[in-house]
Write a protein that binds this ligand. Sequence first.
Ligand SMILES: NC(=O)c1ccc[n+]([C@@H]2O[C@H](COP(=O)([O-])OP(=O)(O)OC[C@H]3O[C@@H](n4cnc5c(N)ncnc54)[C@H](OP(=O)(O)O)[C@@H]3O)[C@@H](O)[C@H]2O)c1
Length: 381
Amino acid sequence: MNNEAQRPASIKEDADTNRRKFLINTGMFSAALAAAPAALALPQSEASGRGAVPQAVNKRRLGALEVSAIGLGCMSMTSESYNPPRAKAEMIPVIRQAVERGVTFFDTAEVYGPFSNEEYVGEALAPVRNQVVIASKFGFQFEQNTSTGRNSRPAHLRKAVEGMLKRLKTDRIDLLYLHRIDPEVPVEEVAEVARQFIQEGKALHFGLSETSPDTLRRAHAIQPVAALQSEYSILQRTPENQILATCEELGIGFVPWGPVCRGFLADKFDEWSRFSEESRLSQVPYFTADALQKNMALLNLVRHWSDRKGVTPAQFSLAWLLAQKPWIVPIPGTTKTHHMNENLGALEVTFSSAELKEFRTAFSAIELEGVRSPESALTDL
Ligand SMILES: NC(=O)c1ccc[n+]([C@@H]2O[C@H](COP(=O)([O-])OP(=O)(O)OC[C@H]3O[C@@H](n4cnc5c(N)ncnc54)[C@H](OP(=O)(O)O)[C@@H]3O)[C@@H](O)[C@H]2O)c1
């Protein structure tokens, strides 16, 4: 990835200065530096210090499952998605620091790595297993440590769960998602297997990812779905077409993946950013050179609003998601403790309804490139 080469220096400096200003103002920067690395047993109030996440607003419900209002996405710690895989010894402290800051919701999947991500998460959370919620996903076939496509056949899912439990060092997966719909297997069959896992105590709650409202209803009729996890951010707003309404009607929580748009809404890229072929970002339609050029109008709007509210673009973008519905729980992904701490600052950002309306009017007028169409919400990804 080469996103520094042609970038005018002033843009990056402004973003960094702004971020430092916010962290110092809220005391988070010093709290992050001062936190003891092995203080896992400390209660939240002692572990966090100034700038701590207030407990009262720190919990949300996904169906019957209670989680912290912001989770931690662990994918990029091991997969080649946005950066080279990171060493386990470097990532475990990031996960544990999140626990210290009050995060109780951790997102992984069998396919991340594959397999190694669940090992990192399992090892990091083993000492606090009963205080946290582990979410993982299955539904892919593997040969020689490489994913060879979707597979939701019940016998395969049974085998997969046994491996996941071992890697996660646990006897139950709190939230077990089907990662993608297998066109060969009706979702009712998967929901039935999930129902059996729950009866056996191997899973506590069932989730789906990137499904249409119709698929969600069909699965929910067999086994109540606690959460749907799909891409949702200020830039990628597909779930606003019928998906969120269906979740609300059925009492299903919503977990936005890509909540800072894979870094774009955290001000990590700009119109000069270019991605090497090895990076998954090079295949993302809203990150082509033309799309970045066009989509900068949205980032500029987010930058403007972030300045107006005295927060960083990542905090603004996460807070905007939290403000949409009380049962939305974003899971920003990061490999860095300071980004994790910054992202939790979103919990302190509030919006008036007039601000939400004004911001929506402004972003709705911006023409975007490379985003999914609203109609795509009605088919499984
Ligand atoms: N269900 C699905 O199909 C699906 C698909 C994709 C992802 N997921 C899950 O959702 C989680 C989140 O989604 P995502 O990782 O794709 O996208 P994301 O959270 O929108 O973006 C992650 C990227 O943003 C950067 N970032 C995060 N916070 C930042 C900050 N404050 N300042 C600057 N950069 C920041 C991270 O880089 P740094 O490491 O440098 O912080 C990382 O490269 C994943 O970890 C994974 O668990 C699920």
